[in-house]
Design a protein around this ligand. Structure first.
Ligand SMILES: NCCCC(=O)O
Length: 855
């Protein structure tokens, strides 16, 4: 038996599944040579989710990263000779028009993110999968590249590990659980195992449903819960007996019933295979504590294969038989049917990247078989090059604030996600029901009284509009179109657009308490912020000056979009969006450590300072009427992009003259205890409360303002995003070399453009107000434009702008399409809407000269 080495460059905990094996394979491919893999069971694992997985690969999803990792994985399996591309069907049943519409939306996502899915009618569904009752089928989606990992992803894991071991760069240890992770001064130092201790500065946890256990050993919280997933087998099913086929029909998803189905041809048997039917419990999913998973010797089949109770599936199974009567005819194989455990997370995304709690503790968790090799590649890129080739913001473990990783929060959200794995179609604006009322600004009680329509972001409750404004602003509602299509109007309140107009006519206040606010001070604070920022924030930057800036990754990709205000010679206030705030915090601390800049102190003010945006042509007049020093608020004495302390009827307010809504005004920062008083003063002075919808969507799009992780991604540089600065600052900064190289190019491969919808009526004459990310098509070719780096054009943000009376969108277009006046087609629920390019690069459509905020 091999002896555990005393030292390794990386230790993988949970090597034996498809994820651990893929991570090892891709690290070695990228030059890593001294890896140790620990597996508590056999190699490949015979107890984890890989061992019982159905091995499906459906290609198409509503998010770009998932399409990227699945496409990579599919090609990877195919190249190994372990992929059977039989295609996949997703069907809608008769009477379920909403499901059919969802499939149309999915086809559009496939176009946006690079898969080949298309709609098919009921006859074609039947031709491809003849086991169904034709009377039940409304139509479907065909994913031609979908398929099955054959013989098994478990076998692929075994082959990858064998190859890695044979390369001499991986030492693999079966039956070797990790007992503890040695962490000293916040850094991983080694792993204690049943076979001894191995020193290492890098641990990668790929333990699947057990992931939270090694995470806790390393001092980290991993927000993941296993959930039961019934899998039933019927047969023998003889259609493909003796044909040599391992699977005969395509994969079939019946999401309206939260179920899927496939045949297992089993060419090794003359009796044939079986029919497999799987179900995602959407009423009462059964979550399992990872610590309560049975040990191997106590489980009938395996720890991740629990016994199935028929009452878990009764109604769904009846519906399954309606669709596929053969399931009722073939006998149920009780002995081999089971409840497979799989991982769910609080937002449905995988958990990848370095733990915020412990340096050197990395995760690649909550990954499906269809994404295993893709995630392995992504993680290897991240560890080797410093960043993956696709922005990992949606899977980065650092996206969660600590409170979002507490057991109560995780349980509620995981339950919601488990219900949504297949059903119902998830709306892009859909709020969570659990984990609400977690973080509330001091204005919350007033917002309640006004009938706030609350949604949640980063734990904060934010009103998108106020019911009370429906009568106060009824004159504006006349100028705001109704949204007759239910999907377009879902989780949207028309009054928000009336508030938008009222703010621009007079003055409004917006609760911005969700901002993440970090005050930095100390000897290295200036050097640190200068090192991270594209813009100059130190040096001769005057005290009180606010600077809009970006943090770049090493390749010049846009990682953070934020504002930094100099508070004193050695102190700065860093203001980030709530959604991005925790990742920005990790970026500041970790890049600082790496640069040896550690003599600074950071105070997180996010829960102590509430923010009200006061904006509109009458903002100054209103504030002057309340301020202790009205003359101090004139244009001359309080210029744009400056900040200082003021008193508002005696209340201590830090006022920052800035605008994200294209109007004159201030962000007013106030200690929480004074928040209600400030709100009441402004309200009594006649200021209209305006929901966050205006700030985050409608006016943002009218001003062509980009949102990090939505329009701004590390996949694109600042020149492409239209946000590069006129001059490159002299001092060095993170990503500068790439930034300078990008600047020297004559053209960029793509440009972020602003587009307006020319005609928004669908084929039935219904006006549409698209939501979500949709592909753009070239009207000549009918294809999505693709730039020279292979990036596809899709609408990153879209909203109706009531001041312009148009749907307005942002999208990256390749150089040869980024041309003002050019028209592209937006695909939305299978219909096409002309979108005219109104601006290439950054130029606002509302008040393009920017006169209003400076007025
Ligand atoms: N558990 C098998 C995967 C099913 C699916 O991809 O829909």
């Amino acid at each position: 038996m091999a002896t555990l080495p005393s030292q390794a460059d990386a230790v993988i905990i949970g090597l034996g599944g498809i994820v651990g094996a893929s991570v090892a394979h891709h690290l070695i491919e990228q030059g890593w040579t001294n890896l140790v893999g620990l597996e508590k069971s056999a190699i490949p694992s015979d107890i984890g989710s890989t061992a019982h997985a159905s091995d499906f690969c459906f290609m198409t999803a509503h998010d770009r990263l998932s399409c990227y990792t699945t496409t990579y994985s599919q090609r990877f399996y195919e190249a190994l000779g372990h992929y059977h591309k039989i295609g996949g069907l997703e069907i809608a049943r008769v009477g379920d028009e909403a499901r059919l519409a969802e499939l149309q939306r999915k086809v559009a996502s496939g176009k946006a993110f690079g898969t080949r899915a298309c709609m098919v009618d009921a006859d074609e569904v039947m031709a491809r999968f003849p086991l169904l009752d034709r009377e039940q089928v409304l139509g479907g989606m065909w994913d031609p590249d979908a398929g099955l990992v054959i013989p098994r992803s478990q076998r692929v894991a075994g082959e990858l590990i064998e190859g890695a071991v044979n390369s001499g760069h991986l030492r693999a240890f079966a039956d070797t659980p990790a007992l503890d992770i040695d962490v000293q001064a916040g850094r991983v130092c080694g792993v204690q195992t049943t076979k001894g201790y191995v020193a290492t500065s890098l641990v990668i946890v790929t333990s699947g449903i057990w992931g939270p256990i090694p995470a806790a050993m390393g001092g980290a919280a991993l927000p993941l819960m296993p959930v039961e997933h019934p899998l039933m087998f019927f047969g023998p099913f003889e259609t493909f007996a003796g044909t040599g086929k391992e699977i005969g029909y395509p994969l079939l998803r019946d999401q309206g019933n939260s179920a899927y189905m496939r045949d297992t041809g089993d060419p090794t048997s003359t009796e044939g295979g079986q029919l497999e039917w799987g179900y995602y419990e959407s009423r009462e999913p059964r979550l399992v504590d990872p610590r309560a998973i049975l040990e191997r010797d106590r489980a009938r089949l395996s720890p991740s294969m629990r016994d199935l109770e028929l009452d878990q599936v009764d109604e769904a199974f009846e519906r399954a038989v309606e669709l596929a009567p053969i399931l009722g005819e073939l006998g149920w194989d009780e002995k081999h049917s089971f409840n497979g455990l799989l991982s769910v997370t609080p937002d449905g995304g995988s958990l990848v990247g370095e733990s915020p709690e412990t340096r050197g503790l990395w995760f690649c968790e909550a990954v499906w078989v269809k994404d295993g090799p893709g995630m392995g590649k992504l993680l290897a890129d991240w560890l080797t090059r410093g960043h993956p080739e696709i922005d990992p913001c949606g899977i980065d473990i650092a996206r969660f604030y600590p409170v979002q990783k507490t057991p109560h929060h995780v349980h509620g959200r995981c339950l919601e996600i488990a219900r949504k794995i297949y059903d119902p179609p998830v709306h892009p604006r859909e709020p969570f029901e659990t984990g609400r009322d977690l973080r509330r600004g001091p204005f919350w009680s007033r917002e309640q009284e006004l009938g706030g329509y609350f949604m949640e972001a980063a734990g904060w409750e934010r009103a998108h509009g106020y019911a009370a404004n429906e009568t106060r602003l009824d004159r504006y509602l006349e100028r705001v179109p109704e949204r007759p299509a239910e999907w377009d109007a879902r989780h949207f309140w028309r009054v928000s657009n009336a508030e938008h107009l009222a703010l621009s006519d007079d003055v409004g206040m917006i609760n911005l308490s969700h901002f993440a606010i970090y005050d930095l001070q100390g000897r290295d604070a200036e050097a640190l912020l200068e090192w991270l920022s594209v813009a100059r924030v130190g040096g001769d930057t005057p005290i009180g000056k606010g600077v809009y800036t970006h943090f770049l990754d090493a390749f010049g990709g846009v990682h953070s979009d934020l504002t930094i205000v100099r508070l004193a010679t050695d102190a700065w206030r860093v203001i980030c969006g709530g959604d991005t705030g925790h990742r920005d915090l990790m970026w500041i601390t970790r890049r600082g450590e790496e640069a040896g800049l550690t003599r600074w102190h950071l105070e997180d003010r996010s829960d102590g300072l509430a923010t009200l945006g006061l904006w509109g042509p009458n903002a100054r007049r209103t504030l002057q009427a309340l301020a202790d020093d009205p003359e101090g608020l004139t244009e001359e004495r309080f210029p744009f992009a400056t900040a200082r302390e003021i008193r508002v009827c005696g209340l201590p307010v830090w006022a920052f003259r800035i605008s994200y809504v294209g109007e004159q005004g201030w962000e007013l920062y106030v200690p929480f205890s004074y928040g209600l008083a400030l709100w009441d003063l402004l309200f009594e002075a006649g200021v209209t409360p305006v929901g966050i919808e205006t700030y985050a969507n409608s006016r943002r799009l009218e001003k062509s303002l980009r949102l990090q992780n939505v329009d701004l991604l590390t996949d694109y540089n600042l020149y492409e995003a239209g946000l590069a600065r006129p001059k490159v600052k002299g001092a060095d900064f993170h990503g500068k070399a790439a930034y300078v190289e990008q600047r020297e190019r004559q053209h960029q491969p793509a440009y972020l453009c602003t587009l307006v919808m020319e005609a928004n009526h669908d084929g039935a004459g219904t006006p549409r107000f698209p939501v979500g990310q949709s592909p753009l098509l070239d009207p000549q070719s009918g294809d999505v434009p693709v730039d020279t780096l292979g990036r596809r054009s899709y609408v990153t943000s879209i909203a109706y702008g009531p001041s312009l009376e148009r749907n307005i969108a942002l999208a990256y277009l390749p150089l040869d399409h980024a041309e003002e006046g050019r028209t592209l087609l937006l695909e939305y629920f299978a219909e096409h809407y002309p979108m005219r390019v109104a601006a290439v690069g950054y130029r606002a459509l509302y008040d393009p000269e920017g006169a209003r905020p400076r007025g």
